[in-house]
Design a protein around this ligand. Structure first.
Ligand SMILES: [Zn+2]
Ligand SMILES: [Zn+2]
Length: 98
């Protein structure tokens, strides 16, 4: 069935994010503000490294629940964590694709 396979591939694509809605969200001024608040709350430090006693600048604000999983939590500070690139990559690579 053509329709079914088209739906499936759309969903898989969304799981890998970078769907237009998510792209627009990351570029929005509101996200930039919320992101800045999260980094300020976390004192600009990577929270994962901090737990291991390492002080490292946070470069990314990570969504604990991904925006594709729960769109409503995208601006929720409780869902945000400031992390460095290394910790962020580790967090995302942990989950097997798909
Ligand atoms: Zn880190
Ligand atoms: Zn992330």
């Amino acid at each position: 069935m053509h329709e079914k396979s088209a739906q499936k591939s759309t969903r898989e694509y969304n799981q890998y994010k970078r769907d237009p809605k998510v792209n627009a969200f990351y570029k929005s001024s509101k996200w930039r503000k919320v992101r800045a608040v999260a980094i300020a709350r976390d004192k600009g430090l990577c929270q994962r490294c901090l737990k291991q006693g390492i002080l490292r600048h946070a470069q990314v604000v990570h969504h604990l629940v991904e925006v594709n999983v729960d769109w409503e939590l995208r601006y929720d500070l409780n869902n945000l964590e400031s992390v460095c690139h290394a910790c962020h990559n580790r967090e995302h690579n942990r989950r097997p694709p798909g």
